[in-house]
Design a protein around this ligand. Structure first.
Ligand code: F6R
Length: 625
């Protein structure tokens, strides 16, 4: 939530001869790329001609750009920017960031919440400071300005105020009296540093500067960084030097562009074959054995694990639910899936033999981060499965397994979901291999099935026209239900979530077996019901049970939209519409059956004229609890 960018370069580099861009270009590009983190207002501040100048506006970054076009800012080599998801104070010009105080000398942008802002505001008011906005950020900026008066140094002032601030925050400040630097601080809120030559960058994540450098540095919690054009210096809040962790950014700047698609979501749906392929890539040795070099947890510990808890939120939690079926089946380890925000408040039973798997696309979801800390405090080992380098959750976990889905920009998660399922499957197979639950050839058989999935996902995407037509024909529906059993159940939940979040349509996912225990009462004439049908070649009577469920809702007037394998003729008599997916073993099916549901939601939202990538009230990367 909230995107933050900072940029500083050497003044001598800024002449036309050596540089084609100025701070404003870099900061605005960064804001466009980070807009998915929050989009109710945006602002920039630059230092030029001995003073700070700024523009800020309620609305999207485009509005800010219009404002700047009307009232241009001077060329500059120092700038900060912000795109906001409102917490304290509604989205308005005045509440937007930057907050500029100290008679226009100090500009601050902020992500997070300063929880003790009321107490600080009272103290500062007593000292004679005035406030014009409703935000905690203005209080933080004023506290920083006050500390600067005493310290005459922005870095020392930042360290001092951060010791007083409670809550989670990232802060960036620039001061007209020290225009050679940006000073930033973080606690439980994202910030990464980008390294250039004669220029340096700050961003909420690497997308903020991905166009300019591939070298980045992660900083730890409760640290302050001072960046100048050719140096970075990290310390803790007491001023003790600290080391950042350098990494090479694997994301490609082009991957964060729409590439001719109508929306990022549409593009990311099409990215899914590559997301699965890239997540599988490089994880095997020459004999085809799974290696997972990143999992630096002692093998003896992994062998002694007696319980797995997957913690995650939203779509990532649904990926966890899918994973549970596979992990329990392959490893015979009891596996729980828990919403991260529930986990730590219910006193969970966690021991040193518990393996916690934290699933997060952003690696910054505060609820998941807090759950990771709680699990580690209880002695559990934590493996993070994340998509974003330089983020907090992998940094704080004992080991990290990255999904290689590339940047996910649309707020509604698509390719991350498929990549998370793929990565959890790799982890499950790795544990099964290590603990001897599966023979090597059994593991390899599953891996070969996984390797066929990108092509099969491609085939599902190729069928998008049929799904798009269905979505358009149902745009007047007021509610859509989704049914599935086994791994089809979390797929149903995910299908419903997609529709809620981007098409603002009431949607519910149910375990198909639960139907008769209540939800069937919702079914009336014309009610659209998606049914995810397991493979008829699968185990037990799963398939026939789901076919019976289709009959049950159809008999009550539902319009049934059935997702079934090629060649599954048993569904035809009861389906109003059959959406075909390639044949695949039951555990692989979520990687296919989810895709039509994503397309359905995307087209439905577009047809209704909604902003598919930036749905109302939401922001990607939920960095507050
Ligand atoms: C839904 C969606 C969210 C996220 C959830 C967790 O489309 O994107 O439900 O899945 O906020 O986010 P991460 O995976 O970043 O922890």
């Amino acid at each position: 939530m909230c995107g933050i960018v900072g940029y500083i370069a050497k003044p001598e580099n800024s002449g036309e001869a050596s540089r084609e861009y100025f701070a404003l270009d870099v900061v605005l590009e960064g804001l466009r790329r980070l807009e998915y983190r929050g989009y109710d207002s945006a602002g920039v501040a630059v230092y030029a001609d001995g003073a700070i100048d700024w523009r800020k506006k309620a609305g999207k970054v485009a509005k800010l750009e219009e404002e700047i076009a009307q009232r241009p800012l001077a060329d500059s080599v120092l700038g900060i920017g912000h795109t906001r998801w409102a917490t304290h104070g509604g989205p308005s010009d005045i509440n937007s960031h930057p907050h500029v105080v100290a008679g226009g000398k100090l500009a601050v942008v902020h992500n997070g919440i300063i929880e003790n802002f009321a107490e600080l505001k009272t103290e500062l008011t007593e000292l004679g400071y005035n406030f014009v906005s409703e935000t905690d950020t203005e209080v933080a900026a004023t506290a920083l300005a006050h500390a600067f008066e005493q310290e005459r140094d922005l870095t020392r002032a930042m360290r001092k105020v951060c010791q007083r601030f409670e809550g989670a925050f990232t802060l960036l400040g620039i001061h007209a009296d020290q225009p050679d630097r940006i000073v930033a601080a973080r606690r439980d809120s994202p910030l990464v540093i980008g390294l250039g030559e004669g220029e340096n960058f700050l961003g909420s994540d690497v997308s903020g500067f991905i166009d300019y450098t591939k070298q980045a540095v992660e900083m730890g919690n409760d640290q302050v960084v001072t960046i100048t054009a050719d140096d970075i210096a990290i310390t803790d809040y007491e001023g003790n030097p600290a080391e950042g962790k350098s990494f090479h950014i694997e994301w490609d700047a082009a991957a964060a562009k729409k590439d001719g698609f109508g929306s990022f979501m549409e593009k990311e749906i099409h990215d899914q074959p590559a997301a699965v392929r890239d997540t599988l890539f490089g994880r095997f040795d020459e004999q085809g054995r799974l290696t997972l070099d990143e999992v630096h947890i002692e093998e003896s510990l992994l062998k002694s694990v007696d319980k797995i808890i997957v913690i995650a939120c939203g779509t990532a939690a649904y990926a966890g639910h899918v994973a549970r079926y596979a992990i329990e089946h392959w490893c015979r380890i009891p596996t729980e899936v828990e919403l991260a925000h529930e986990f730590r408040y219910r006193d969970p039973i966690v021991t040193p033999r518990t393996l916690v798997v934290a699933l997060s696309q952003s690696g910054e979801t505060m609820d998941t981060l807090m759950a990771v800390r709680h699990a580690r405090e209880q002695g559990a080992k934590v493996i993070a499965i994340c998509n974003t380098q330089g983020s907090s959750i992998p940094r704080e976990a004992d080991a990290a397994l990255y999904t290689h889905a590339g940047p996910e920009i649309a707020v509604a998660s698509t390719k991350a979901f498929l990549a998370q399922i793929t990565a959890t499957y790799l982890l499950g197979l790795y544990l099964a291999q290590l603990r001897g639950n599966m023979f090597t050839d059994e593991v390899q058989m599953v891996i070969s099935e996984l390797r066929q999935m990108p092509e099969k996902i491609e085939a599902v995407i190729d069928n998008k026209a049929q799904v798009a037509e269905l979505a358009k024909s149902m745009q007047d529906a007021t509610s859509v239900l989704f049914l599935g059993r086994h791994v089809g159940f979390p797929v149903a939940l995910e299908g419903a979530l997609k529709l809620k979040e981007i098409a603002y349509l009431h949607a519910e996912g149910f375990a198909a077996g639960e139907l008769k225990h209540g939800p069937i009462a919702l079914v009336e004439e014309g009610q659209p019901v998606f049914v995810i049908v397991p493979s008829p070649r699968g185990r037990d009577s799963l398939h026939s049970k789901v076919v019976s469920n289709i009959q049950e809702v159809r008999a009550r007037g539902a319009i049934t939209l059935v997702i079934a394998e090629e060649g599954d003729t048993a569904v035809e008599d009861y389906a109003n519409h059959v959406i075909r997916i390639p044949q695949a073993p039951t555990l692989m099916q979520p990687l296919l059956a989810t895709v039509p549901l994503q397309i359905f939601a995307c087209v439905m939202a577009e047809t209704k004229g909604y902003d598919v990538d930036q749905p109302r009230n939401l922001a990607k990367s939920v960095t507050v609890e």
